[in-house]
Write a new protein. Structure first.
Length: 141
C-alpha cells in the first residue's frame, strides 16, 4: 500500500468514528432532556418527528397545557387548546408504514406527526384521546 492509500483509509475511518461519536452523543442528550422533563410532564418519551420524508429524533412530552418536542437542535411547543385533531395511525400522512404508531396532531391547517412505539402510543391515547374536528369538542384534551 502506498502512503496515499493509507492516508485515504485513515481519513475514512476517522470520519466514520466522528459520525458515530456525534450520533451517540445526540442520543445521550435526548435521554438528558427526557430525564429533565419527566418530573414535570404528564407523559414523556422518545419519538421521531416526521418532517416530509425525514424522521428527526426528539424528546416528546405532554405538559399541563402544551406538547413539547425537542432535541439538541430543535425546541418547539404546541398549545393543547390550539390542537383541533388528534389521530393515531399505522402509517404517516404520506403513506409510509411505521413500526409502532404515528401520532398526528392538526392545528390551524398544519399537521405535526410523531412516530412512537406501540406501548408508548397506548399511553398517549389514554392521556390524549383521539378526536376529529367533525366531532366538535366532545372529547376534551
Amino acid at each position: 500500500m502506498t502512503l496515499t492509500a493509507v492516508t485515504i483509509v485513515g481519513l475514512v475511518v476517522m470520519a466514520v468514528l466522528i459520525w458515530l461519536y456525534f450520533r451517540l452523543r445526540s442520543q445521550d442528550l435526548l435521554e438528558d432532556m427526557i430525564a429533565r422533563r419527566s418530573s414535570s410532564a404528564r407523559l414523556v418519551c422518545r419519538a421521531n418527528f416526521v418532517e416530509g420524508l425525514d424522521r428527526i429524533p426528539v424528546a416528546l412530552s405532554l405538559m399541563k397545557d402544551t406538547i413539547c418536542y425537542e432535541n439538541p437542535d430543535l425546541e418547539a411547543t404546541l398549545e393543547l387548546r390550539q390542537i383541533e385533531e388528534v389521530e393515531y395511525d399505522d402509517e404517516t400522512a404520506t403513506g409510509q408504514s411505521v413500526d409502532g404508531k404515528a401520532l398526528r396532531l392538526r392545528s390551524h391547517g398544519h399537521t405535526f406527526e410523531f412516530v412512537v412505539d406501540q406501548a408508548t402510543a397506548q399511553k398517549w391515547q389514554t392521556v390524549l384521546p383521539m378526536r376529529r374536528l367533525d366531532q366538535g369538542t366532545a372529547q376534551a384534551v
